[in-house]
Unconditional design. Sequence first.
Length: 158
Amino acid sequence: MRQWKSSLLLLLLAAICLPQTSSDIMTPSVRRVADKLACKCGCNNSVGTCTMLQCHFADPARKKVAALQAEGKSDDDILKIFVQESGLSALAVPPTEGFSLLAWVMPFVALGIGLLAVSLYVKRYHPKRAKAAAMPEVDPAVLARYRDRIDKEVSNLE
């Protein structure tokens, strides 16, 4: 009797879980293309990784990708169609050609300019290490008088 109740409970839980499975069309081929497209709902994810429920951009874009794949279009052709409709902002990652190459190069250029500016600042405002410029000239008679006084005070300590 106890095993029968456990089996019934397990069957009930499985039945409850069935409606929660995704009825989405995210096949691996659709996801491969959708991961290259930027979602424009404001989530900063790709169309393939957008986690918003009923997203106003990702859901239709996934369906369009699936429809275009069903027509026999290649991945590059599908991406070109989205770029023609929305411009280069449709892509999740800018291409590595033309003016978009600047988006890949500028972080390294900015880092180099920053390092150069810091090194120039340090060289310009770092204190000089030359001993002759740092030490003023002392009169030998004054120096001898102080040395005699130091020797006298040290001998008094002993």
